[in-house]
Design a protein around this ligand. Structure first.
Ligand SMILES: Nc1ncnc2c1ncn2[C@@H]1O[C@H](COP(=O)(O)OP(=O)(O)OP(=O)(O)O)[C@@H](O)[C@H]1O
Ligand SMILES: [Mg+2]
Length: 370
C-alpha cells in the first residue's frame, strides 16, 4: 500500500492543499505550530475514522468555516483506493470509500492501514494499562473488522452493565444476563489479543535486539484470564464477575474483564559473563531510555506483523519522535523502517536523511528535495 496524495480543504490551518507523496520516506520539516502534526492527523483520520487528539470532529474544521474535506488516494495490490472524509460544523461527519458512503466506521478499518508513532506512544511502557490496551485494539481493529465490531459490542454491554450497577437496582438475576454476554464478547477479545501478543513477541524481541546492539532482550506477556479457547476464557471471566459482584455493586462499575487487562513488558540483559542476568519488569524498574527503546521495538513489531499478516504494507506515521531519541536510535529507527512508506515530521534534522523533504511554513508546503 502506498499513499499517493492527500488533499485538504479547510482542515485545521490548511485552506486548500494537495500533497504528492513518494513511496519511500517523506519528511515534513518546519518550526512549531506550522501544520506538521495536522498533516499526520489528517492521514490518520482517513485511516481509522477519528483523530488521535481532537475530542470533537468539528474542532478539526478551519476556524470560522462550516465544512472540511480530507481526501487520500492510495495504491494497493488490488488497485486504487480513495477515501473522503467530510466534517461539518452542525452535523455528523460522512465517510466515502471510492465514492460510496459508508454507514459504519468499521468499514474503513484496514482500507488505508497506518501505524502511528508520536511522543505519546514513546511513553507506552510507563503509561497506564489503558494506553497498552489501546495499542492492541487499534492494531487488531485494522487487521480485522470482526475484532473492531466485537470491541464495539463489548463496550456497549459493559456500559449497560455499569449503568445498572450505578442505578442501585442491580440484582443477581438482572446482572447475570449481562455477565454471560460480557464474558462471551470479552473472551473473543482476549483470545485475539493473546494470539496477537504471541505473534508479536518474536518481532519485538528482534527489533529490540537490533536497537539495543544485542545487549538486551525484551519479553511480552498478555495479562488476563487463563485459557486458550473462548469457552475456557469466558468461564473464567464469568467466575471473576460473580466473585466481584459485591464489589461491583458497592463501587458502581465492573471491576474485572478485558477492559482491565494489561501487557507485561520485561527485560533481560544479555551481557554474558557467566552470571544469571535478572529479568526486570520494565514499567517499574526500567530506565527512561530502556522504556523508550522498548516502545520503539513494540511499534516496529506492530508494523512488521501487519505487513506479514496482510501482505499489504501499512504506512508509518512518525510525528515528532526523532527529537526524543538519541542520534544512534533515531538513525537505527529510520534504517529499520526504510522498506515502509513513511511520513515523518521534525522541527529540524540532525543528520542527512534520504527522502522527499518538504518545508512547512504557515500551512504552505515547499518541496526542498525530491
Ligand atoms: N481548527 C483550526 N483552525 C485553524 N487553525 C488551527 C485549527 N486547529 C489548530 N490550528 C492551528 O494549527 C497550527 C499548527 O498546528 P500543528 O499541531 O500541526 O503544529 P506543528 O507544526 O505540529 O507544531 P509543533 O512542532 O509544535 O508540534 C497551530 O497554530 C494551531 O493553532
Ligand atoms: Mg506537532
Amino acid at each position: 500500500m502506498f499513499l499517493k496524495s492527500l488533499q485538504l480543504k479547510n482542515f485545521r490551518n490548511y485552506e486548500k492543499t494537495n500533497i504528492q507523496f513518494s513511496n519511500g520516506l517523506n519528511v515534513f520539516v518546519g518550526q512549531n505550530a506550522q501544520g506538521k502534526t495536522n498533516l499526520i492527523e489528517a492521514v490518520l483520520l482517513t485511516s481509522v475514522g477519528k483523530s488521535f487528539r481532537a475530542s470533537k470532529d468539528k474542532d478539526m474544521i478551519k476556524f470560522e468555516k462550516e465544512h472540511a474535506c480530507i481526501t487520500t488516494f492510495a495504491e494497493t495490490e488490488g488497485g486504487r483506493e480513495r477515501v473522503d472524509i467530510h466534517l461539518f460544523a452542525n452535523k455528523k461527519k460522512s465517510i466515502l470509500i471510492n465514492d460510496v458512503n459508508i454507514l459504519k466506521v468499521g468499514e474503513l478499518m484496514g482500507v488505508v492501514p497506518t501505524v502511528i508513532f508520536t511522543p505519546k506512544e514513546l511513553k507506552i511502557v510507563q503509561s497506564s494499562p489503558i494506553e497498552r490496551r489501546a495499542f492492541l485494539d487499534i492494531a487488531l481493529s485494522q487487521m480485522s473488522k470482526g475484532y473492531f465490531y466485537t470491541l464495539m459490542r463489548y463496550e456497549k454491554i459493559l456500559s449497560q452493565r455499569n449503568k445498572l450497577l450505578k442505578s442501585g437496582k442491580a440484582e443477581e438475576c438482572s446482572l447475570s444476563v449481562w455477565d454471560v454476554q460480557l464474558a462471551l464478547e470479552g473472551a473473543k477479545i482476549i483470545k485475539q489479543r493473546k494470539e496477537y501478543i504471541e505473534r508479536l513477541k518474536k518481532l519485538v524481541r528482534d527489533a529490540h535486539l537490533f536497537l539495543s546492539d544485542g545487549k538486551e532482550e525484551l519479553f511480552l506477556e498478555y495479562l488476563s484470564f487463563e485459557g486458550d479457547d473462548i469457552v475456557m476464557i469466558s468461564e473464567n471471566f464469568e467466575k471473576a464477575l460473580v466473585d466481584d459482584r459485591e464489589k461491583d455493586i458497592r463501587l458502581g462499575y465492573t471491576n474485572s474483564g478485558s477492559h482491565k487487562d494489561d501487557i507485561k513488558i520485561s527485560l533481560q540483559s544479555c551481557q554474558g559473563g557467566g552470571g544469571v542476568d535478572k529479568c526486570i519488569d520494565l514499567r517499574s524498574f526500567g530506565s527512561q531510555g530502556q522504556q523508550r527503546t522498548a516502545a520503539l521495538a513494540l511499534k516496529i513489531g506492530e508494523l512488521e506483523l501487519f505487513a506479514n499478516h496482510k501482505k499489504e504494507r501499512p504506512i508509518l506515521l512518525l510525528d515528532d519522535v526523532l527529537s526524543e531519541l538519541d542520534k544512534t536510535r533515531a538513525k537505527r529507527l529510520i534504517e529499520r523502517v526504510s522498506s515502509f512508506q513513511t511520513l515523518l515530521t521534525a522541527t529540524h534534522l540532525d543528520f542527512e536523511i534520504e527522502g522527499r523533504i518538504f518545508l512547512i511554513h504557515n500551512a504552505e508546503l515547499k518541496l526542498k528535495k525530491f
